[in-house]
Design a protein around this ligand. Sequence first.
Ligand code: OAD
Length: 253
Amino acid sequence: MELPRELTSALRSAERVAVLSGAGMSAESGVPTFRDAQTGLWEQYAAEDLATPEAWERDRAFVWAWYLWRFGRIRHVAPNAGHRALADWARRSSGPHIGVVTQNVDDLHERAGSNPVVHLHGSVAAYRCEACAAPYDAPIHLPDEAVHRIEPPTCPRCGHSVRPGVVWFGEMLPMDEWHRGVEIVEQADLVLVVGTSGIVHPAAGLPAIARAAGARVVEVNPVDTEVSDVAHHVLRETAAAALPVLVAAAGDG
Ligand code: OAD
């Protein structure tokens, strides 16, 4: 993979890097994306039946079972070479500060060793009460196979149902996470946009915020996306192929 000279020099001189990751970041770990033809979750399931407050109101046990199945799959996969390269870069003594801002609910960046990781769309590890929002920390059994319906547990504080700690269509992003994400992006001198279709806002607006704030923007994605035009450099490669090359090109600082 040939890297343009300006990109290599941006990688070598970067002091603060923001990584904006989407589902493609985890695809090579075996976590399906949402919109890729054939394998994308929204190609096989209707988002409105599963990822909306209305779906939850209609049939909590159906939605709960689907999320537990997805979370169970995540537990059995491992960070890929892309996740590991980012964490290794941040661990170098002369490496840049790297903030990850992800739309993914999986914990693969954390398991690779990245820190901080801001979850714009929630996380596998953040069950909470649907009514009083109290976090729910009791162990939850994740099925290994898809199960059609599982009744969610109830909140020990108020008795309402416990829900997945994810953002559904039509819901607000967690504001603290959003503000932290914007801050990381605005402070970065280099921004890597990895594996997102750039369709879902407001997350899809972060690359443009980065560019307006003066960062050099690099997209890593095998195909053209809604945010490709914002990038200074576009690498038509997968995350696990491109990120180790970018990190190697950054040298020791
Ligand atoms: P999408 O499924 O919309 O897009 C995945 C992107 O990853 C596509 O542009 C693919 O080309 C790219 N891709 C696939 N494999 C890749 C690989 N190995 N390396 C790099 N890129 C790869 O996923 P997101 O953009 O993350 O929201 O979707 C955004 C949001 O829509 C999700 O967070 C979720 C979904 O509905 C909520 O649930 C709120």
